[in-house]
Design a protein around this ligand. Sequence first.
Ligand SMILES: NC(=O)N[C@@H](CC(=O)O)C(=O)O
Ligand SMILES: [Zn+2]
Ligand SMILES: [Zn+2]
Length: 344
Amino acid sequence: MQDSLTLTRPDDWHVHLRDGAALQSVVPYTARQFARAIAMPNLRPPITTAAQAQAYRERILAAVPEGVDFEPLMTLYLTDVTTPDEIRRAKDAGVVALKLYPAGATTNSDAGVTDIRKTYRTLEAMQRDGLLLLVHGEVTDPAVDVFDREAVFIDQVMRPLRADMPELKVVFEHITTAEAAQYVAAADQYTAATLTPQHLLYNRNAIFMGGLRPHYYCLPVLKRETHRLELLKAATSGSPKFFLGTDSAPHASVMKENSVCGAGCFTALSALELYAEAFDSVGALDKLEAFASFNGPDFYSLPRNTAQVTLQRKRWTLPEAVPFGEAAQLKPLRGGEEMGWQLG
Ligand SMILES: NC(=O)N[C@@H](CC(=O)O)C(=O)O
Ligand SMILES: [Zn+2]
Ligand SMILES: [Zn+2]
Protein backbone atom coordinates (compact mmCIF):
# COMPACT_ATOMS: atom_id res chain seq x y z
CA MET A 1 0.00 0.00 0.00
CA GLN A 2 1.28 3.41 -0.97
CA ASP A 3 1.67 5.61 2.12
CA SER A 4 2.94 8.84 0.69
CA LEU A 5 2.46 10.77 -2.50
CA THR A 6 4.61 13.65 -3.75
CA LEU A 7 3.27 15.81 -6.51
CA THR A 8 3.78 19.15 -8.18
CA ARG A 9 2.10 21.86 -6.11
CA PRO A 10 -1.54 21.99 -7.27
CA ASP A 11 -3.89 24.87 -8.14
CA ASP A 12 -7.57 25.33 -7.41
CA TRP A 13 -9.44 26.28 -10.59
CA HIS A 14 -12.66 27.26 -8.79
CA VAL A 15 -12.89 28.74 -5.31
CA HIS A 16 -15.04 31.27 -3.42
CA LEU A 17 -12.88 33.47 -1.21
CA ARG A 18 -15.65 35.99 -0.32
CA ASP A 19 -14.66 39.40 1.02
CA GLY A 20 -14.03 41.38 4.21
CA ALA A 21 -13.57 39.44 7.44
CA ALA A 22 -14.70 36.18 5.78
CA LEU A 23 -11.94 36.55 3.20
CA GLN A 24 -9.37 36.94 5.98
CA SER A 25 -10.57 33.67 7.49
CA VAL A 26 -10.50 31.46 4.39
CA VAL A 27 -7.61 32.71 2.21
CA PRO A 28 -4.93 31.10 4.45
CA TYR A 29 -6.50 27.64 3.91
CA THR A 30 -6.50 27.92 0.14
CA ALA A 31 -3.02 29.48 0.08
CA ARG A 32 -1.68 26.59 2.16
CA GLN A 33 -3.10 23.99 -0.20
CA PHE A 34 -2.67 25.64 -3.58
CA ALA A 35 -0.18 27.79 -5.50
CA ARG A 36 -2.89 29.60 -7.49
CA ALA A 37 -6.65 29.76 -7.41
CA ILE A 38 -9.38 31.06 -9.65
CA ALA A 39 -11.25 33.51 -7.41
CA MET A 40 -14.95 33.46 -8.20
CA PRO A 41 -16.56 36.89 -8.68
CA ASN A 42 -19.98 36.28 -7.07
CA LEU A 43 -19.51 38.84 -4.32
CA ARG A 44 -22.25 41.21 -3.28
CA PRO A 45 -22.14 43.34 -5.40
CA PRO A 46 -20.45 41.12 -8.01
CA ILE A 47 -17.05 41.82 -9.55
CA THR A 48 -18.08 43.06 -13.00
CA THR A 49 -15.25 45.40 -14.02
CA ALA A 50 -11.50 45.11 -14.50
CA ALA A 51 -10.97 47.82 -11.87
CA GLN A 52 -13.04 45.90 -9.30
CA ALA A 53 -11.10 42.72 -10.06
CA GLN A 54 -7.77 44.50 -9.52
CA ALA A 55 -8.94 45.90 -6.18
CA TYR A 56 -10.31 42.47 -5.12
CA ARG A 57 -6.98 40.89 -6.05
CA GLU A 58 -5.19 43.30 -3.71
CA ARG A 59 -7.58 42.45 -0.87
CA ILE A 60 -6.96 38.74 -1.41
CA LEU A 61 -3.18 39.22 -1.46
CA ALA A 62 -3.37 41.24 1.76
CA ALA A 63 -4.96 38.20 3.45
CA VAL A 64 -2.20 35.77 2.42
CA PRO A 65 -0.04 34.87 5.45
CA GLU A 66 3.59 36.10 5.46
CA GLY A 67 5.98 33.85 3.63
CA VAL A 68 3.27 31.91 1.76
CA ASP A 69 3.50 31.93 -2.00
CA PHE A 70 0.01 32.27 -3.48
CA GLU A 71 -1.38 33.90 -6.59
CA PRO A 72 -5.07 34.64 -7.05
CA LEU A 73 -6.29 34.46 -10.65
CA MET A 74 -9.07 36.91 -11.28
CA THR A 75 -12.43 36.57 -13.00
CA LEU A 76 -15.29 38.88 -13.91
CA TYR A 77 -18.95 38.17 -13.44
CA LEU A 78 -20.60 38.18 -16.86
CA THR A 79 -23.85 40.15 -17.06
CA ASP A 80 -26.27 40.98 -19.86
CA VAL A 81 -24.51 44.35 -20.16
CA THR A 82 -20.79 43.44 -19.95
CA THR A 83 -19.22 45.26 -22.93
CA PRO A 84 -16.48 44.16 -25.34
CA ASP A 85 -14.51 47.21 -24.09
CA GLU A 86 -14.54 45.79 -20.57
CA ILE A 87 -13.03 42.59 -21.98
CA ARG A 88 -10.12 44.57 -23.39
CA ARG A 89 -9.60 46.29 -20.02
CA ALA A 90 -9.90 42.93 -18.25
CA LYS A 91 -7.28 41.39 -20.49
CA ASP A 92 -4.92 44.31 -19.80
CA ALA A 93 -5.52 43.94 -16.05
CA GLY A 94 -4.56 40.25 -16.10
CA VAL A 95 -8.09 38.89 -15.64
CA VAL A 96 -8.15 35.35 -17.03
CA ALA A 97 -11.83 34.47 -17.34
CA LEU A 98 -15.46 35.51 -17.11
CA LYS A 99 -18.04 33.58 -15.15
CA LEU A 100 -21.46 32.79 -16.52
CA TYR A 101 -24.13 32.45 -13.86
CA PRO A 102 -27.55 31.90 -15.36
CA ALA A 103 -29.64 34.46 -13.40
CA GLY A 104 -31.01 32.82 -10.25
CA ALA A 105 -29.09 29.54 -10.63
CA THR A 106 -27.02 29.69 -7.43
CA THR A 107 -25.62 31.77 -4.55
CA ASN A 108 -25.38 35.49 -5.53
CA SER A 109 -26.45 34.95 -9.12
CA ASP A 110 -29.28 37.52 -9.34
CA ALA A 111 -27.14 39.77 -11.55
CA GLY A 112 -26.41 36.85 -13.87
CA VAL A 113 -27.18 36.37 -17.53
CA THR A 114 -30.85 36.17 -18.53
CA ASP A 115 -30.20 34.97 -22.10
CA ILE A 116 -26.78 33.90 -23.33
CA ARG A 117 -27.42 35.43 -26.76
CA LYS A 118 -27.39 38.88 -25.15
CA THR A 119 -23.69 38.36 -24.40
CA TYR A 120 -22.55 37.22 -27.84
CA ARG A 121 -20.61 40.37 -28.78
CA THR A 122 -18.78 40.13 -25.49
CA LEU A 123 -18.11 36.41 -25.90
CA GLU A 124 -16.67 37.15 -29.34
CA ALA A 125 -14.29 39.66 -27.74
CA MET A 126 -13.27 37.02 -25.19
CA GLN A 127 -12.68 34.47 -27.91
CA ARG A 128 -10.48 36.99 -29.71
CA ASP A 129 -8.55 38.05 -26.58
CA GLY A 130 -8.12 34.54 -25.18
CA LEU A 131 -10.22 34.94 -22.03
CA LEU A 132 -12.00 31.81 -20.85
CA LEU A 133 -15.69 31.39 -20.13
CA LEU A 134 -16.42 29.53 -16.88
CA VAL A 135 -19.94 28.19 -16.69
CA HIS A 136 -22.32 27.34 -13.87
CA GLY A 137 -24.17 24.84 -16.03
CA GLU A 138 -27.73 24.60 -14.80
CA VAL A 139 -30.96 25.87 -16.32
CA THR A 140 -33.14 27.90 -13.97
CA ASP A 141 -36.57 27.02 -15.37
CA PRO A 142 -38.62 26.12 -12.26
CA ALA A 143 -40.43 23.49 -14.33
CA VAL A 144 -37.19 21.50 -14.67
CA ASP A 145 -36.47 19.13 -11.79
CA VAL A 146 -33.52 20.27 -9.66
CA PHE A 147 -31.69 17.01 -10.33
CA ASP A 148 -32.07 17.40 -14.13
CA ARG A 149 -30.96 21.02 -14.49
CA GLU A 150 -27.39 20.26 -15.52
CA ALA A 151 -28.32 17.66 -18.16
CA VAL A 152 -30.95 20.01 -19.64
CA PHE A 153 -28.38 22.85 -19.69
CA ILE A 154 -26.14 20.79 -21.99
CA ASP A 155 -28.79 20.62 -24.70
CA GLN A 156 -30.36 24.03 -24.20
CA VAL A 157 -27.26 26.17 -23.69
CA MET A 158 -23.95 24.34 -24.01
CA ARG A 159 -24.40 22.76 -27.45
CA PRO A 160 -25.69 25.95 -29.15
CA LEU A 161 -22.97 28.01 -27.43
CA ARG A 162 -20.22 25.65 -28.60
CA ALA A 163 -21.58 25.73 -32.14
CA ASP A 164 -21.71 29.56 -32.17
CA MET A 165 -18.36 30.22 -30.41
CA PRO A 166 -16.23 27.23 -31.40
CA GLU A 167 -12.87 28.65 -30.33
CA LEU A 168 -13.93 30.19 -27.03
CA LYS A 169 -12.35 28.16 -24.25
CA VAL A 170 -15.16 27.01 -21.98
CA VAL A 171 -14.88 25.33 -18.58
CA PHE A 172 -18.01 23.48 -17.51
CA GLU A 173 -17.60 24.10 -13.78
CA HIS A 174 -18.30 21.63 -10.98
CA ILE A 175 -19.90 18.96 -13.16
CA THR A 176 -22.16 16.52 -11.35
CA THR A 177 -23.65 14.16 -13.93
CA ALA A 178 -22.69 11.33 -16.25
CA GLU A 179 -24.18 13.41 -19.08
CA ALA A 180 -21.80 16.30 -18.42
CA ALA A 181 -18.78 14.00 -18.04
CA GLN A 182 -19.58 12.31 -21.35
CA TYR A 183 -20.31 15.60 -23.08
CA VAL A 184 -16.95 17.06 -22.05
CA ALA A 185 -15.00 13.89 -22.81
CA ALA A 186 -16.43 13.88 -26.34
CA ALA A 187 -15.99 17.62 -26.97
CA ASP A 188 -13.05 19.19 -28.78
CA GLN A 189 -9.99 20.75 -27.14
CA TYR A 190 -11.77 24.03 -26.35
CA THR A 191 -13.99 22.45 -23.68
CA ALA A 192 -12.93 21.24 -20.22
CA ALA A 193 -14.50 20.66 -16.81
CA THR A 194 -13.72 21.03 -13.13
CA LEU A 195 -14.69 18.46 -10.50
CA THR A 196 -15.24 19.08 -6.79
CA PRO A 197 -14.20 16.72 -3.98
CA GLN A 198 -17.77 16.37 -2.74
CA HIS A 199 -19.09 15.19 -6.11
CA LEU A 200 -16.28 12.60 -6.32
CA LEU A 201 -16.82 11.31 -2.78
CA TYR A 202 -20.55 11.52 -2.10
CA ASN A 203 -23.88 10.82 -3.70
CA ARG A 204 -27.17 12.47 -2.80
CA ASN A 205 -27.84 10.07 0.07
CA ALA A 206 -25.26 12.08 2.04
CA ILE A 207 -27.71 14.99 2.22
CA PHE A 208 -30.38 12.86 3.89
CA MET A 209 -28.45 10.38 6.06
CA GLY A 210 -30.21 10.18 9.44
CA GLY A 211 -31.72 13.65 8.92
CA LEU A 212 -31.20 16.66 6.70
CA ARG A 213 -27.50 17.55 6.47
CA PRO A 214 -27.05 21.13 5.32
CA HIS A 215 -23.27 20.95 5.03
CA TYR A 216 -23.64 18.48 2.16
CA TYR A 217 -25.91 20.82 0.22
CA CYS A 218 -24.31 22.66 -2.67
CA LEU A 219 -25.27 23.52 -6.23
CA PRO A 220 -25.39 21.71 -8.51
CA VAL A 221 -26.78 19.35 -5.87
CA LEU A 222 -25.18 15.91 -5.30
CA LYS A 223 -26.57 13.28 -7.65
CA ARG A 224 -27.11 9.49 -7.66
CA GLU A 225 -24.28 7.01 -7.14
CA THR A 226 -24.23 6.14 -10.88
CA HIS A 227 -23.26 9.75 -11.61
CA ARG A 228 -20.60 9.84 -8.91
CA LEU A 229 -18.99 6.75 -10.40
CA GLU A 230 -18.92 8.34 -13.87
CA LEU A 231 -17.36 11.52 -12.46
CA LEU A 232 -14.69 9.52 -10.67
CA LYS A 233 -14.01 7.63 -13.89
CA ALA A 234 -13.61 10.92 -15.78
CA ALA A 235 -11.32 12.43 -13.11
CA THR A 236 -9.07 9.35 -13.07
CA SER A 237 -9.23 8.65 -16.82
CA GLY A 238 -6.06 10.57 -17.60
CA SER A 239 -7.99 12.86 -19.96
CA PRO A 240 -6.50 16.38 -19.86
CA LYS A 241 -10.01 17.85 -20.01
CA PHE A 242 -10.77 17.22 -16.34
CA PHE A 243 -9.12 19.14 -13.54
CA LEU A 244 -9.34 20.20 -9.93
CA GLY A 245 -11.76 22.93 -8.87
CA THR A 246 -12.89 22.62 -5.27
CA ASP A 247 -15.81 25.04 -5.44
CA SER A 248 -15.04 25.56 -1.76
CA ALA A 249 -17.92 27.89 -0.87
CA PRO A 250 -17.92 29.09 2.74
CA HIS A 251 -21.20 30.06 4.39
CA ALA A 252 -21.44 30.84 8.11
CA SER A 253 -22.85 27.81 9.95
CA VAL A 254 -25.84 29.89 11.13
CA MET A 255 -26.74 30.35 7.47
CA LYS A 256 -26.30 26.66 6.68
CA GLU A 257 -28.19 25.44 9.76
CA ASN A 258 -31.21 27.54 8.96
CA SER A 259 -34.72 27.04 7.58
CA VAL A 260 -33.36 28.16 4.21
CA CYS A 261 -29.84 26.77 3.90
CA GLY A 262 -27.41 28.50 1.55
CA ALA A 263 -25.82 26.30 -1.13
CA GLY A 264 -22.12 25.57 -0.80
CA CYS A 265 -19.66 23.14 0.81
CA PHE A 266 -16.53 24.43 2.51
CA THR A 267 -13.61 22.17 1.60
CA ALA A 268 -10.56 24.46 1.43
CA LEU A 269 -9.25 23.14 4.75
CA SER A 270 -8.64 19.63 3.47
CA ALA A 271 -9.22 19.75 -0.28
CA LEU A 272 -6.20 17.85 -1.52
CA GLU A 273 -6.71 15.19 1.15
CA LEU A 274 -10.31 14.68 0.00
CA TYR A 275 -9.24 14.33 -3.63
CA ALA A 276 -6.50 11.88 -2.61
CA GLU A 277 -9.10 9.78 -0.82
CA ALA A 278 -11.33 9.77 -3.92
CA PHE A 279 -8.49 8.79 -6.28
CA ASP A 280 -7.17 6.19 -3.81
CA SER A 281 -10.64 4.59 -3.59
CA VAL A 282 -10.25 3.43 -7.20
CA GLY A 283 -6.50 2.76 -7.10
CA ALA A 284 -5.71 5.84 -9.19
CA LEU A 285 -3.34 7.88 -7.01
CA ASP A 286 -0.96 7.95 -9.97
CA LYS A 287 -3.54 10.06 -11.86
CA LEU A 288 -3.87 12.74 -9.16
CA GLU A 289 -0.91 14.88 -10.19
CA ALA A 290 -2.11 15.54 -13.74
CA PHE A 291 -5.63 16.26 -12.49
CA ALA A 292 -4.49 18.58 -9.68
CA SER A 293 -1.38 20.20 -11.12
CA PHE A 294 -1.05 19.85 -14.91
CA ASN A 295 -4.39 19.80 -16.73
CA GLY A 296 -5.62 23.13 -15.34
CA PRO A 297 -2.60 25.28 -16.25
CA ASP A 298 -2.34 23.54 -19.62
CA PHE A 299 -5.96 24.40 -20.46
CA TYR A 300 -5.54 28.00 -19.25
CA SER A 301 -2.22 28.29 -21.16
CA LEU A 302 -0.39 29.13 -17.95
CA PRO A 303 2.91 27.63 -16.76
CA ARG A 304 2.80 24.60 -14.49
CA ASN A 305 4.05 25.07 -10.93
CA THR A 306 7.49 23.77 -10.05
CA ALA A 307 7.38 23.36 -6.25
CA GLN A 308 6.24 20.05 -4.77
CA VAL A 309 3.96 18.94 -1.94
CA THR A 310 3.65 15.62 -0.13
CA LEU A 311 0.60 13.82 1.17
CA GLN A 312 0.89 11.13 3.86
CA ARG A 313 -1.52 8.34 4.57
CA LYS A 314 -2.45 9.20 8.13
CA ARG A 315 -5.57 9.20 10.32
CA TRP A 316 -6.53 12.56 11.75
CA THR A 317 -9.74 14.33 12.63
CA LEU A 318 -10.88 17.37 10.73
CA PRO A 319 -11.97 20.20 13.07
CA GLU A 320 -15.74 20.40 13.43
CA ALA A 321 -15.70 24.17 12.97
CA VAL A 322 -13.26 27.01 12.42
CA PRO A 323 -13.66 30.78 13.00
CA PHE A 324 -15.28 32.72 10.18
CA GLY A 325 -15.14 36.49 10.15
CA GLU A 326 -15.78 38.39 13.35
CA ALA A 327 -18.29 36.29 15.23
CA ALA A 328 -19.28 33.41 13.02
CA GLN A 329 -18.26 29.80 12.63
CA LEU A 330 -17.60 27.81 9.53
CA LYS A 331 -18.18 24.06 9.37
CA PRO A 332 -16.08 22.18 6.84
CA LEU A 333 -17.46 19.29 4.85
CA ARG A 334 -16.53 16.16 6.87
CA GLY A 335 -15.93 18.33 9.96
CA GLY A 336 -15.38 16.30 13.14
CA GLU A 337 -14.83 13.15 11.09
CA GLU A 338 -11.76 11.13 10.25
CA MET A 339 -9.52 11.79 7.28
CA GLY A 340 -7.21 9.22 5.71
CA TRP A 341 -4.61 11.51 4.10
CA GLN A 342 -2.76 14.56 5.34
CA LEU A 343 -0.92 17.26 3.48
CA GLY A 344 2.57 17.62 4.99
N1 LIG B 1 -21.56 25.86 -5.29
C1 LIG B 1 -22.39 26.40 -4.43
O1 LIG B 1 -23.27 25.69 -3.93
N2 LIG B 1 -22.32 27.69 -4.04
C2 LIG B 1 -21.45 28.72 -4.55
C3 LIG B 1 -21.88 29.22 -5.89
C4 LIG B 1 -21.63 28.26 -7.03
O2 LIG B 1 -20.48 27.90 -7.30
O3 LIG B 1 -22.58 27.86 -7.70
C5 LIG B 1 -21.38 29.86 -3.54
O4 LIG B 1 -20.94 30.96 -3.90
O5 LIG B 1 -21.76 29.65 -2.38
ZN1 LIG C 1 -21.64 27.33 -9.49
ZN1 LIG D 1 -18.65 27.87 -7.16
